[in-house]
Every structure is written in C-alpha cells, then in structure tokens.
Write a protein that binds this ligand. Structure first.
Ligand code: ADP
Length: 667
C-alpha cells in the first residue's frame, strides 16, 4: 500500500514536544522541603487543615496505603492534591466522572498547579497533548477514568513515568457490597499485579459501611493500610421524615416553609419532569435534570440552578456527584432510596457550607412494600434466570454449544415485547447472568466508534489493500494519531465522506479488518449489546454462584432493611441509627431529627387550659349547638393527641361536654 512514512503524525503542529524527556523540568517544583501546611497556604490560601485531612496527608507522605472516609464536603480532594505537590513523581487520580475530572483539573490549573485528565471523549490531539505532558513530567496530577487504566497506551505511560501516588476516588465503587458498584473499578486492582506499581494507594469515599471498607482494602490489595474516618454526623443538617398520603402537597409545604436552594430527588426520569412541571404551575421556579438530557441542556440547567436563577432542581440520582454548591439549604427525597449510603450521599449535598439545612424524606405507607419489591425484582428466582437465558439464546438464534465471543445488538425491550416478559425482571436476570460470566451486557449508550490498529506499522505496509482500503487506512492514519497504541475515537461518516465512499462500505471494511485481526473496532452504537462470554449451555446446567446470587441478595436485604428502618421506625433517633449503620457508636441522639424533636415536644405536658380555650373558639365559630369532630383536633396536637382525647373524656364526665362517637358538642 502507498503510505508516507510519517503517516500517523497529525498534519498540523498541535504540539511540539521533543522526545528528550530528561530535558523537561516540571512546571512546578516539588516541595519536598515544605510542610503540608505551607503548601496549603501557598496554593489554596487556607490557614488550616480540616479535621482528618492532615492525618491522611501524613500517612500518604509516609508511603502508607491509606483509606480516608470523609463526609461529602469534608475536603477529600486536598488530601491528595497537597501530597501530589510534595512528592517527586506524578499522582494518578482514578475517578468515575468525566465532569468531575474536568472541574478538578480546571480548578487546579487556576491555582497554577499543573494537572491534566485523560478520558474517552477527548479528541486525539487533546489526548496526545495530555500524554506528552505526563511523559515529560510537566504535570503533577493526572485524572483518569478506570476504563483507561489498561489500555496499552496508558499502561506504557505508567511504566515510563515515576508514579508517586495512586488515588482511588469514590472508592466504594470497587465493592460489590456497596451501593454503586462499577465493574470497571475492578481494573484498578490489577494495577499492582500487572503494572507492578509500587506507589502507595489512597482510597477515598464519603459513604461506606465497615464491610465495604474491608472490601476496598481487599480489592485494592492494600498492605498494612491505615484507615481514617471522620464521623458521618453532619450536625448542621436536620434529618426529617414526613409520613404523608399527599407527597406533592407536603413538598409544596416544605418549599413554602424554607428559603434557599433545593434539590428534590426522585427515582424516575418521568417523575422528575412531571414534578418540575407541577411545581412550575404552582409558581415555583423549578427545573428537572436526568442522565437522558443533552449535554448542553444539562450544563445550562445546572448553571441556572447553581447561580440561583432557579431555586429548585428536581432530579434523579444522576444529579449531584461533583456538584460543589455549598449553600443548598434543603434536599427533599420524594421517593425512598434503596440504600442508606445513597440517601446519605444525596442528603449530604445540603449545607456543605456548614449552615443549618434540612434533609426531608416524604414517605407514604405504600413505600414499605415498594422497597420490599425492589429485592424481589433485583433477584428473580433462579428458574426465571434460566428461562431468560434460554429466551435470549432463542431470540438471538445462538446454537447450543456455540456463541463464545459473539457480539449481538440486543434490545431487552424488543425481546420482552415479543415474548411477553417483564423488562425490569429480565434486566435483573441479565445482570446476574453477566456476573455469572455467561454473557456480558452493555446497556444503551451513545458512544462514538473506536478503533485501534493491532498489527505493527511495517506489517501494515505489506498488506494487500485495494485502492479503496488504501484510501480509508491512509485517511485514518493521517487524522487519528495514536491508533497503534490505543483505542481512538473515529468517525465513520467523516471517513466515508473524505474517501468518497458510502458509509456502509466503510463500515463493512472496518468489520472485515476486525475479522482479519488488523484492527480492533467498536462501531458507533446507541443500541445495547450482548457479548457471549461462554458458549451456550443447557440452562439447567447454568451455574449461578453463591457470591453472585445468595451473598448479594443478603447484602441487598440488609441494605433495604436499614433503609426501611430509617423511613418507618419512628421510635429512635434517625441519625443515630444511620451512624450505627456506618459503623459508628454515637454517644448521643442528634436532637434535631423529627424523632428527637417530637420526643422533646412530647416531654412537655399538654396545656389543658390552652386546649379548652381552643375548643371554646371552635364552638364559637361553628355555633354552640353544632357538633365538632374530635379528629379535627389531631393536626393541632400531633404530639399530644392521646392526651387531648383523655382530657375531653374528663370534660364529658364532668358534664361540660357531650359526646356521640367521635363527635363532641357543648352541653
Ligand atoms: P469532598 O470531595 O470531600 O466532598 P472537596 O474536596 O470538594 O470535598 O472540598 C469541599 C470544599 O471545601 C472545597 O470548596 C474545598 O476547597 C474546601 N476545603 C477543603 N479543605 C479545606 C480547608 N482545609 N480549608 C478551607 N476550605 C477547604
């Protein structure tokens, strides 16, 4: 084929780095001689560390594996950013959210701290630039998504630079016992074994039960790690549960009785949109937010809310991680979350500035059953899972004993419609089959196509390409750099247009090259896919291991029980219960939650003179001969209603009132 020898190098001079890595001095000198406090003052202008920050930093600088549990807003970022400036090499920060990476690197750069990030959505030039900066020691921190860790290019980078510290942010995502497990996090555990990284690891999270903390240490292959945790208690937040049959009415009441920014969490995208519309109709400035919105819509809504133009954001759980708005005064949970971890994380977005704030959960009687159903939906019976497996194979026509490695576009909805199945249970079964390693399922994504060349440059020149293939490969090499070392985003329609070919031809060509092992290629896709990770077996021979089913079911059962207790047990302090769940032994009740408040109010005896005055005014209002329903007094005496009933009994016995069932009247 006809390729120029410098093909693969971008045609425009975007970067200009020499290969001589030794010649590049770090942009920021490391501060080995400075104390952490000096670095804090110089770069951030803060006078002192917040609780536990200094301890975590000292442990990291001591070269120890460290786990830091700090509540949201506790200042986790500084616990690695300060050491990053003091250590000689680079600090690798693994974090799940791209928006978070960008925010953090922008913030650091504003403080003259050289940092960069590497994630899938960057252009080839941006990626090249970031890699070069790392390679030449020009940055102190590199933020990376867990998926990137094991690409050959990133692995090569790790091998070629001095890594001083590895930080795992949102570390609970590595644990299957947590509430937000992300399989890509398991990649991190291989860093030590396969990449041979010796640097200490710092794992940070805002919410983890003792079991999850143990699992984090295990999964990250930590050795002699030190653990630091700050109490989970957030003294400035009052946690309130409101039992109600009219959630919307209660929500309005909450909004009218408070001031300042609000987040209302719901569990479905539709409800988020509906609620925001209902609120707007009531004159409340509200927007909604969920993962399905276009990127620019998300950004503009977030901005409206963050700047205070819109008071209320009604959102799904997609909203919040990485949102650093300190003055959120109210967080309402319109639906009950599945776990206390999730609840605590979301409620904790209130009052990050330390000022008084409230976290309210509106609870209806039916929510208890809904919580219970989540367990049975997430863990259908094993026979049902076997049936789903058979149906998938039938739907995709996978022959018995075959299928290994095959990739299918697969829409669970379509299958469910055809076979009359419940999509939620089918998806749960698919997730279990995925964990049991029979199939691997990727949900609907809108991802750009990606490609990587798997033959060497010289081998590529010897291939017998026709003119059209030549044109396509030539275009790719000229426009996408890094194709030999990593997956690079490509655009099939641009390639087609540039080479004057129909898009389908380009697609088929790329698929053919994939079959010939010339490239690895993931087409642009928005539809979900299934990959068979094992040949099809008879479904009665499917092995669903304990760790995949029973153990996880028990863990979820415990989580749901804790959440149910929080929402429905009105007999003990809600915060104390939550802290015990997170492994603490609270010395006293919070004094601020609704249970503590009503206990305090109950402790005050009923003011019977006030009750009699109120009764008189009611009877005056309805005229003396009219009957009054005793139960209409309940809202006025939520904490003393029983005593009200008993005092009225005394008035009846004394002949001052007469009673007929629940009705009372003056004698
Ligand atoms: P987390 O990740 O634990 O939720 P962040 O690291 O985002 O919290 O910190 C929350 C806020 O607190 C940030 O605005 C940060 O600049 C600020 N902060 C952190 N540490 C200190 C400190 N020692 N002094 C003053 N402000 C701090």
């Amino acid at each position: 084929m006809s390729l120029s020898p410098d093909a693969g190098i971008p045609p425009y001079g975007y970067y200009d780095f020499s290969d001589d890595t030794d010649s590049a001095a770090p942009a920021t000198p490391c501060h080995a001689g400075d104390s952490p406090e000096e670095v804090l003052r110089r770069y951030w202008g803060y006078d002192a560390f917040r609780p536990m920050q200094a301890e975590i930093i000292a442990s990291v600088l001591d070269g120890r594996d460290t786990i830091g549990l700090l509540p949201t807003g506790g200042g986790k970022s500084l616990t690695f950013q300060v050491p990053a400036l003091m250590l000689p090499g680079i600090t690798v920060v693994i974090t799940p959210l791209i928006s978070l990476m960008k925010d953090q690197t922008d913030n650091l750069r504003r403080r003259d701290i050289p940092a960069c990030c590497i994630y899938g959505g960057m252009s080839a030039h941006e990626t090249d630039y970031a890699y070069e900066q790392c390679r030449q020691g020009l940055v102190k921190l590199v933020y990376v998504a867990p998926e990137r860790l094991h690409t050959p290019r990133f692995a090569a980078l790790l091998a070629s630079v001095e890594v001083s510290l590895v930080v795992v942010d949102e570390a609970h995502c590595i644990s299957q016992w947590g509430y937000d497990f992300r399989p890509s996090y398991l990649n991190i555990s291989r860093l030590r074994e396969e990449a041979g990284l010796e640097a200490p690891v710092l794992a940070l999270t805002a919410s983890a039960t003792p079991r999850v903390v143990d699992d984090i240490a295990l999964q990250l292959r930590m050795r002699g790690e030190r653990r630091f945790s700050l109490s989970f208690s957030r003294g400035n937040i009052s946690f309130l549960v409101r039992h109600t049959g009219d959630k919307f009415g209660k929500l309005l009441e909450i909004l009218r009785g408070t001031t300042g920014s609000v987040i209302v969490y719901t569990r479905s995208r539709r409800r988020a949109a509906d609620l925001a519309a209902l609120l707007q109709r009531q004159g409340v400035a509200a927007l909604f937010y969920h993962a399905g919105l276009e990127v620019h819509e998300k950004a503009s809504r977030q901005d409206d809310w963050a700047t205070g133009r819109t008071r209320v954001m009604v959102a799904t759980t997609a909203f919040g991680m990485g949102i650093d708005k300190p003055d959120v005064r109210v967080v309402v949970h319109y639906d009950v979350p599945s776990t206390l971890e999730e609840y605590y994380q979301e409620a904790g977005r209130a009052g990050r500035d330390g000022l008084p704030s409230v976290a309210v959960m509106t609870v209806a009687a039916r929510d208890r059953a809904t919580l219970g159903r989540r367990l049975s939906t997430a863990f259908p019976e094993k026979d049902y899972i076997r049936k789903v497996y058979d149906e998938i194979c039938r739907f995709l026509s996978v022959p018995m004993g075959e299928g290994f490695g095959a990739v299918y576009d697969f829409s669970p909805e379509e299958m469910c419609a055809r076979y009359g199945m419940d999509p939620r249970r089918v998806l749960a079964a698919i997730r279990i089959l995925d964990r049991a390693e029979y199939i691997s399922y990727t949900g609907p994504l809108d991802r750009e196509a990606e490609a990587m060349i798997c033959v060497g440059r010289h081998e590529l020149y010897t291939l017998d390409f026709d003119a059209r293939e030549d044109a396509v490969m030539d275009y790719m090499l000229r426009h996408y750099s890094g194709l030999f070392t990593d997956f690079v985003q490509i655009n099939e329609s641009l390639i087609a247009a540039a080479c004057g070919l129909p898009q389908q031809t380009v697609y088929e060509m790329l698929v053919r090259w994939r079959r010939q092992h010339i490239i690895r290629y993931i087409p642009r896709r928005s539809s979900p896919q299934i990959v068979f990770t094992a040949n099809r077996v008879y479904s009665d021979r499917l092995i669903i291991p304990r760790a995949v089913y029973e153990d996880r079911r028990h863990a979820m059962e415990a989580q749901i029980k804790a959440m149910t207790d929080f929402a429905f047990d009105d007999s003990s302090c809600r915060v104390a219960g939550m802290l015990r769940y997170f492994g603490e032994t609270p010395a006293q009740d919070c004094g601020k939650c609704d249970v503590c408040r009503s206990r305090r109010l109950r402790a005050v005896p009923l003011d019977t003179a006030e009750l009699e005055r109120r009764l008189d005014s009611f009877f005056d209002a309805i005229a003396p001969h009219k009957w009054l329903d005793l139960r209409s007094l309940r809202p006025y005496y939520p904490h003393h209603y029983d005593e009200v009933v008993s005092h009225i009994g005394t008035l009846v016995s004394a002949g001052r009132l007469k009673a007929d069932g629940a009705l009372i009247a003056k004698c």
